[in-house]
Design a protein around this ligand. Structure first.
Ligand code: BES
Ligand code: MN
Ligand code: ZN
Length: 487
């Protein structure tokens, strides 16, 4: 699918060509700037009660009189923001995606403020989201919409900003789609080796340097905590290192670390059966690193980025890690495993120690880490943890800009109390209270050497219920963050 900017010509919106026009309107009344055929059509729809200036209301018109396009969808937006624009485009796509639309024009009318880069990105996100169909293990799924070309029609003076937004939006959307596809594939398909081959493929396609370490090499590296989680499964673990070199080698990299548990049964501390299938999504952090590396490799910002993916299964077996076992992490610190279901932190801690050798400017780990984070924040905000105010603010700014919400959580020393152990340097769980925070406190013990932040995406990486599926979050947030660090 191609996105392009189109300058609004002298003929106005009535002269715009294509299979369909999606017009986002705002305000409380008919925009005065609207050209005649559209104004007449909308005035009539309003008089007939077929349309209202209420958020999400959508009017569909086939062969609209006086317009060059074959179809028209008009959607009301709540306000002039990129967020409202995205919601309106999504609502319009709901009406248009089932139709034979190959070329679509999108425009906005009725607001004083001009569209900016973030609106263009939001548009691409909404369209790409509407046309994604999972079919890898469901060939009978409905065919993807045949939409091939999307034009954002706006004033010529905004061409540069909107063109840039469309370009960034497309790279981000491709990263989101990759993350969704990896997440949606079941545990018997999206194995650690599969994630490694996806990483290699990206390397070939975009010139990233990709190293894949197998169990032997992981042993040699000394990642004892990661290996302890992996030992219960017959599926071999992988440690993946991906490098994007966009700046001088002397420039300290941003390091992204993804949790890649391709299936989390809980291990010997087995999870209850209900909804256990959703633990195939426990590699959402890893998927978001793959997606972000893809977006970055396409946009080529002047910054160095290293993606680290720790990936294995968490399974019960005769060889599996047991409650009470004490393991030795790459950092040398020992860990008493009180619950084998708190495995994410056990694999991440070794990757966080590995990150030290990269002399990073900042490290951000991304993990579907705790059910407690879902209880705290629900499915809208990802949990952001960082002791570094500047880094936290940069990530929050990127989150707002990318319409990929995150909320900062506390990391006070008082929360460390629960991790005390009589048999090791720390336990891998604290009490039930503040579970997302104690998990972050555990990780913090491995991050003393660099600015660090942690994103708990347990509530945001996938949706349950009828819309069950991976979201591709937080690829937009991470990509925007990396772009902002490139200056
Ligand atoms: N992958 C889960 C976290 C999770 C649970 C994400 C439910 C999304 C929905 C993680 O490995 C886990 O099992 N965490 C435990 C930690 C507990 C044993 C301290 C949890 O949250 O229950
Ligand atoms: Mn678990
Ligand atoms: Zn897990």
């Amino acid at each position: 699918m191609d996105f392009e900017f189109k300058a609004l010509g002298a003929g106005g919106l009535a002269a715009v060509e294509g299979d369909a026009l999606l017009l986002v309107v705002g305000g409380e009344e008919l925009p005065r700037s609207l050209d005649k055929p559209l104004a007449a059509l909308l005035a009539d729809a309003l008089a007939q009660g077929d349309f209202e200036f209420k958020t999400g209301r959508c009017l569909y018109v086939h062969r609209p009189p006086g317009l060059a396009v074959k179809r028209l969808a008009v959607v009301a937006a709540a306000d002039a923001s990129a967020k409202a624009f995205k919601a309106a485009v999504a609502a319009g796509m709901g009406a248009l995606k089932a139709m034979g639309v190959a070329s679509l024009a999108i425009a906005r009318s009725g607001f004083d403020a001009a569209l900016d880069e973030s609106h263009a990105r939001a548009l691409v996100a909404a369209v790409a989201d509407a046309v994604y169909v999972y079919r890898h293990t469901k060939p009978s799924a409905p065919a993807a919409p045949k939409l091939a070309r999307v034009a954002l029609v706006a004033a010529r003076k905004d061409a540069a900003a909107l063109g840039r937004g469309l370009q960034r939006g497309q790279a981000i959307a491709a990263g989101v789609a990759l993350a969704r596809e990896c997440g949606n594939r079941p545990g018997n398909h999206a194995t650690p080796s599969h994630l490694a081959s996806e990483a290699k493929k990206l390397g070939k396609q975009f010139g990233l340097k990709v190293q894949v370490h197998d169990r032997k090499e992981i042993e040699k590296l000394g990642m004892g905590s990661f290996l302890a989680v992996a030992q219960g499964s017959d599926e071999p673990p992988r440690f993946i290192v991906m490098r994007y070199d966009g700046a001088a080698a002397s420039k300290a990299p941003i390091v992204l670390v993804g949790k890649g548990i391709t299936f989390d049964s809980g291990g010997i501390s087995l999870k209850p059966g209900a909804e256990m299938d959703e633990m195939k999504f426990d590699m959402g952090g890893a998927a978001s690193v793959l997606g972000t590396m893809r977006a970055i490799a396409e946009l080529k910002p002047k910054v160095n980025v290293v993606g680290l993916i720790v990936t294995c299964e968490n399974m019960p077996s005769g060889r599996a890690l047991k409650p009470g076992d004490v393991i030795r992490s790459l950092s040398g610190q020992t860990i008493e495993v009180l619950n084998t279901d708190a495995e994410g932190r056990l694999i991440l801690c070794d990757a966080l120690t590995y990150a030290e050798r990269l002399k990073p400017a900042a490290v951000v780990d991304i993990a579907t880490l705790t059910g407690a984070c879902v209880v705290a924040l629900g499915h809208h905000h990802s949990g952001l943890f960082s002791a570094d105010d500047k880094l936290a603010e940069q990530l929050l700014a990127a989150s707002r800009d990318a319409l990929d919400p995150a909320w900062r959580m506390p990391l006070d020393e008082e929360y460390d109390e629960g991790l005390k152990s009589n048999f090791a340097d720390m336990a891998n769980i604290g009490g039930r209270a503040g579970g997302a925070i104690t998990a972050a406190m555990f990780l913090k013990r491995f991050t003393a050497k660099y600015p660090w932040a942690h994103l708990d995406i347990a509530g945001t990486a996938w949706k349950s219920g009828a819309a069950k599926g991976a979201t591709g979050r937080p690829v937009p947030l991470l990509t925007q963050f990396v772009l902002s660090r490139a200056g």
